[in-house]
Ligand binder design. Structure first.
Ligand code: F0G
Length: 345
């Protein structure tokens, strides 16, 4: 908040708190860049934020503004990351936080965070869209502040990631690739790039390329999806709240919003980990899957500088990550057993 204060809705009454959000690494690709055939490819590692996802950038602003206006309690609906972030900033600022999550469809690490930060977790028998409807209704009827991305302060905070990218690479890139769920983040990035351009921070604006999972792709289909399904639970959303913002980002920037299959998401998830040393959650990999898919069908990115937004940490979803062959069998504590396990003898 301090670094970008002049671009944020901050007043002398806003509590200037921080858990260390923002200033996340921009890592240059060494492997995937060759498959894509672009000049430069970067990964913006938003999983390096304090609760392990990009949500912290916007949450710190939303919760600080809630405190400024006298709120004592917070509520959000979430596929997991928003709840972890709201719970953390709620704890930091001494607010009671309630999180509403789809029962059985939240990655284990995210739930563990909400519980540890002391939030009241309400697991709803329904998907994210129902949770958001209920959370909005509670906030309308009780003195509880809604901190979903429908809260404009969230988007204000999230737009700062665009400023960081511009500063680090010296102007806006040619293309930004981003996973889309409730569509707040693509809306916030576009807002950031537009404002930075207007303020003279960058001579141009990027094209925005959003990616949804095939089973949860309302923006691609042009209509809500009643029963969204995808392995990427973070973006398992059938009726995004920031629908209009996402469409505006796409159309004003000359970009696209496309769908990728669960298999393409999982392939990109593994490739990022093994080929780049970047361990993200499946939803984050959707944008890399989308970039690879476009390159695979012959879209040319030569001489272009591209950025993929890696929205959350792989440690959020330990069950999916360890579903592979990680159950190493113990070996005796002897040199020959170790050498055998390594295939050396
Ligand atoms: N990536 C991750 C890791 C997410 O958690 C989300 C959204 C997105 C991408 C999509 O961002 O919603 O702004 O389009 N997670 C929300 C949540 C919905 O509740 O944590 P979006």
């Amino acid at each position: 908040m301090r670094r970008w204060a002049k671009y944020l809705p901050i007043t002398s009454d806003t509590p200037m708190v921080s858990l260390g959000e923002g200033d996340t690494p921009l890592v240059r690709s060494r492997h995937i860049v060759q498959r894509v055939g672009c000049e430069e490819l970067y990964f913006k590692l938003e999983g390096c934020n304090p609760t392990g996802s990009f949500k912290d950038r916007g949450m710190v602003v939303a919760v600080a503004k809630a405190v400024e206006s006298g709120a004592k309690a917070l509520i959000c609906a979430s596929t997991g990351n928003t709840s972890a972030s709201a719970a953390a900033y709620g704890a930091h600022l001494g607010l009671l936080t309630t999180v509403m999550v789809p029962a059985g469809n939240v990655a284990r690490g995210k739930l563990a965070q909400a519980v540890m930060y002391g939030a009241r977790v309400v697991a709803v028998e329904g998907g994210f869209d129902v949770c958001l409807h209920l959370a909005r209704t509670v906030a309308d009827n009780h003195p509880v502040r809604l901190v979903n991305s429908t809260n404009p302060h969230r988007l204000e905070g999230q737009k700062t990631a665009a400023f960081e990218i511009i500063q680090e690479v010296g102007g806006a890139p040619d293309g930004v690739f981003i996973p889309v769920g409730n569509a707040g983040n693509i809306t916030a990035y576009w807002k950031g790039f537009v404002e930075a351009h207007a303020a003279g921070m960058s001579g141009r604006r990027p094209r925005m390329f959003g990616f949804q999972a095939e089973g949860a792709a309302p923006l691609v289909l042009g209509q809500p999806v009643a029963e969204p399904k995808t392995v990427a639970t973070a973006i398992r959303i059938g009726n995004p709240a920031s629908w209009k913002g996402a469409v505006a980002a796409r159309d004003e920037s000359g970009g696209t919003i496309e769908a990728v299959s669960d298999q393409e998401i999982l392939d990109a998830y593994r490739l990022l980990a093994r080929g780049e040393g970047v361990f993200c959650e499946p939803a984050s990999a959707a944008c890399v899957a989308g970039l690879l898919k476009m390159a695979g069908r012959g879209v040319r990115f030569d001489r272009q500088r591209l950025v993929c937004i890696i929205t959350g940490s792989g440690l959020k979803d330990p069950d999916l990550a360890s579903a592979g062959d990680t159950k190493a069998r113990p070996v005796p504590a002897e040199l020959d057993a170790v050498e055998r396990a390594m295939g050396l003898v």
